[in-house]
Ligand binder design. Structure first.
Ligand code: AMP
Length: 354
């Protein structure tokens, strides 16, 4: 497609295949969204920014298939890798220690991820998490959570981030999630939030507060049960929606994901895979695919969220194929399109009742 992106000051930014040629072009203009004009159909698109907040970490992982003592992880890392297949620029907010490899930052920058909002504490240590999976990889034991620099994180959101249209609050200290929302100049079109049982045990009051401020909550089934005190996921969804978020996504690992909106429910299966090597980051990758799709299409309807769930599920199915984010770094647009097709084939059937 022959398109030219124009900033609001009317300067042109060349893009090819719907992607920015030079990521710095957006940073320079300092405006959170730009116009894209298609010279063939003359349609004007707005290029809106996506703000991603979360941890950037080192993980130690043990699965039935192998062990790794130190690999890059963190919720923002996975979200950014997944979402960058669908949307640029991505504005990241996180904190790392001086031990976080520059190489990893450069790789993400080359994918259109802006690090202006990522604080580097030179003499500090990055967040460290360690987990062990058993043969049933739907459950895991957390062995270590060393917050390190995350314990002192007080993000200062850069001016150029403050009008972002889409906000993905990855799993992080709930007080930090609140602080980010409060620093936005205007409320984003959609705020999606992920969290986990760790914060339910250590920061429930803040967690309940941030729930009143977001549109979509993503949790897994055991977290939904813990948060609501209900075993039935339908009852749990009703209780959680009453706490604030209009939309609730419940992830069920290899059993797919549910989307609740009022009385409506949508279900998407997970792709049956021959091998699941390491499920770490699958939830965050799902979130990245979901929000990346929503930000690209700029459509926050329930119908489009259903597609977002399929896209998220497709991305998560790649993540589990290798340790950490390794597989996410390898895949191409063609791989993604083929995988989404596999999903469509998996759930598509004709039925005629006589
Ligand atoms: P997931 O498997 O999608 O739940 O994501 C796992 C990632 O979340 C790992 O890379 C961890 O570094 C990160 N993580 C684990 N616990 C926390 C926590 N309490 N806060 C923020 N990030 C975390």
């Amino acid at each position: 497609m022959n398109v030219v992106m124009r900033c609001l000051d009317n300067s042109a930014i060349p893009i090819s295949n719907d992607k920015l040629v030079n990521k710095n072009d957006t940073a320079k203009c300092g405006i959170s969204y730009c116009q894209i004009i298609c010279y063939i159909c003359r349609k004007v698109y707005y290029y809106m920014s996506l703000l991603v907040v979360g941890s950037m970490a080192f993980d130690a992982l043990e699965t039935p298939f192998g062990k790794v003592d130190r690999i890059i992880g963190g919720s923002a890392t996975y979200v950014a890798w997944a979402a960058s297949n669908f949307h640029e620029p991505i504005k990241a907010v996180s904190i790392v220690g001086g031990d976080f490899p520059q190489e990893e930052i450069t790789q993400l920058e080359n994918r259109g991820v802006d690090f202006e909002g990522v604080e580097v504490v030179k003499d500090g240590k990055s967040f460290f998490w360690s987990g062990r999976y058993h043969l049933d990889m739907n459950t895991r034991d957390t062995l270590v959570t060393d917050l390190n620099v995350l314990a002192q994180f007080n993000p200062q959101i850069p001016e150029s981030y403050k009008e972002s249209e889409f906000l993905m609050l990855g799993n992080l200290v709930p007080a930090v999630q609140i602080s980010v929302i409060n620093q936005m100049k205007k409320r984003p079109k959609l705020i999606v939030m992920d969290t986990m049982n760790f914060w339910m045990a250590t920061a429930m009051d803040d967690l309940k507060k941030v729930l009143t401020m977001v549109d979509v909550l993503m949790v897994n089934d055991s977290e939904a049960r813990e948060l609501s005190g209900e075993y039935s996921l339908v009852k749990a969804a009703q209780k959680i929606q009453a706490m604030g978020p209009k939309y609730l996504i419940i992830k069920k690992g290899e059993h797919g994901a549910l989307l609740f909106y009022g009385k409506q429910v949508f279900f998407a299966p997970a792709l049956p895979l021959e091998e699941v090597f390491d499920p770490t980051g699958a939830g965050d990758t799902f979130a990245g695919g979901f929000i990346g799709h929503i930000a690209r299409t700029k459509d926050i309807s329930f119908e489009n969220m259903k597609t977002g769930i399929i896209v998220g599920s497709a991305m998560a199915s790649f993540c589990v194929e290798k340790f950490g984010p390794t597989r996410l770094k390898e895949i191409s647009q063609e791989d993604i399109e083929n995988r989404i097709e596999e999903f469509v084939d998996l759930v598509n059937f004709d039925i005629s009742l006589v």
